[in-house]
Write a protein of this length. Structure first.
Length: 431
């Protein structure tokens, strides 16, 4: 049996998963790849840290050069996270003709081009399946199995932490902070969970998916982003009344020759399968012009699901000729230039929750502002939950233009009888 030596950069949640899989599924991996995969070195920050997996002391190092200068190490697996030193380490490893596997969406979304170019230049393989949707084979799905299609729409629940939080809020009425803590303990959250709850993580993942789906380089800053921190139990309650669920949805779709790109909490009908994706599960719904509707589903975070995607990438490299001089199937994602639709020009239905003074005529003032701005109402709920002379009203609009909705909200917020606009959530018709 031939042997291939690899190194891990990082032994946190994902690194641990990779270690466990390569040990527990050694036999299967050997038979499937034709190679014995040996982890020769693991780079960490703190050598003395207590680990939840038993790893021989002699392979743990804090010196990156021990990996870089070891010519017997053919594949380097980056599972440290962050921009630097991860990017610099990968570039230097490729200079030494080492193949790369990474789970780092922040890096691929922000500096993928530079890394892919280096892989091209050096004739090495570069795989990043684990960077989006954990264990779901979505990158290979789009890059390999769906190349026959023009992709028209992509809707994704691509962050496990926020889906875990929203699920617990919806199903158990749980408190946001308590559930975030649980998600961190389970190894779903990023080192800085702001990335999850403020939707930066989902924004990176959408940039990666959309660039592959639409064959065009997507600048992360061109993606509208809104996190889940404003969602309250009461919004969940109203969503349920409307037979909808609230999900952090990553949306990419063709709109009159432009692409619409946005990540935000979204109300979706309970009839659509995406609304029933719970826990740390992720799902990506794609509409291709040949294949029609397609949905990928699986665990979006955690040591073993993510490790599964990382080890799959290692096997891909081994099978494609780990020892070959020039083996480089990096997929080009800049085939066309696509214009991005400005957020002001999108159309959506909206849920608006406001606290108003309980006095006659408030509602008519609000509806007249909406009418003046061409925003038509589908329903209005006024709840008798009176508190300090205030009541809650919930408006649901028909499909309307984002700019006109924003203009209306600005005017409504200025009314003396409107105490607060508590929340605005877009409603997506997923058909
Ligand atoms: P993590 O638990 O924080 O682990 C990071 C590891 O990298 C630790 O072992 C740490 O060493 C090491 N490390 C960090 N900076 C280093 C440096 N400068 N030099 C040497 N070692 C360094 O992170 P994770 O959750 O495994 O995530 C790793 C990557 O996978 C990130 O890009 C993340 O976005 C991505 N990802 C994570 C998941 C998930 O479910 N967690 C899923 C998909 C993708 P010490 O242990 O000594 O501190
Ligand atoms: N923090 C990420 C999530 C890890 O919760 O989805 C998987 O990319």
């Amino acid at each position: 049996m031939k042997k291939v030596k690899i190194a891990l950069l990082g032994l946190g949640n994902v690194g641990r998963g990779v270690w466990m899989i390569l040990n527990s599924n050694k036999e299967e991996i050997m038979k499937r790849s034709g190679y014995e995969v040996e982890i020769a070195k693991i780079l960490v920050r703190d050598k003395n840290k207590k680990r939840s997996v038993e790893v021989p002391d002699e392979i743990i190092t804090t010196d990156f050069d021990e990996i870089l200068e070891d010519d017997s190490i053919k594949i380097v697996v980056e599972v440290m996270g962050g921009m630097e030193p991860s990017k610099g380490y990968m570039l230097r490893c490729m200079d030494k003709k080492k193949h790369i596997v990474t789970a780092n969406k922040m890096l691929i979304a922000n500096a993928g081009d530079e890394l892919f170019e280096k892989a091209d230049e050096m004739g090495v393989m570069f795989q990043y399946e684990a960077s989006v949707a954990g264990g779901i084979p979505i990158i290979k799905g789009i890059n390999e199995s769906l190349t026959a299609n023009k992709i028209e729409k992509l809707y994704g629940i691509v962050n496990g932490t926020t889906n875990y939080i929203l699920s617990k809020m919806e199903l158990e009425g749980a408190d946001f902070d308590d559930v975030l803590k649980e998600a961190q303990e389970k190894g779903y959250a990023e080192a800085d969970p702001t990335s999850d709850i403020e939707a930066f993580d989902a924004q990176y993942k959408l940039a990666i998916l959309a660039s592959l789906a639409f064959g065009s380089k997507i600048d992360v800053d061109n993606i509208y982003r809104e996190g889940i921190t404003k969602i309250e139990a009461v919004d969940m309650k109203y969503a349920k009344e409307f037979k909808m669920g609230i999900k952090l949805l990553a949306i990419a779709k063709e709109n009159n020759g432009k692409i619409e790109l946005r990540v935000h909490p979204t109300m979706i009908s309970k009839k659509h399968p995406l609304s029933n994706i719970y826990d740390s599960f992720n799902a990506v719904f794609i509409k291709g012009n040949a294949v029609g509707d397609l949905m990928f589903y699986g665990r979006g975070a955690g040591d073993l699901p993510t490790g599964s995607a990382v080890v799959g990438d290692i096997v891909t490299i081994v099978r494609n000729g780990v020892d070959a001089e020039n083996s480089n199937p990096v997929v080009k994602n800049n085939l066309w230039k696509r214009e991005i639709l400005s957020m002001e020009d999108i159309e959506s239905k909206y849920y608006v929750r406001a606290t108003v003074v309980d006095e006659p005529g408030v509602l008519s003032k609000i509806t007249s502002i909406l009418g003046k701005n061409n925003v038509s109402l589908r329903s209005v709920i006024q709840k008798g939950d009176e508190e300090n002379g205030n009541v809650t009203i919930v408006l649901v609009t028909h499909k309307t233009n984002e700019k006109e909705l924003n203009n209306s909200i600005k005017e409504i917020a200025e009314l003396k009888s409107v105490y607060k606009i508590n929340n605005i959530i877009r409603i997506e018709d997923l058909e």
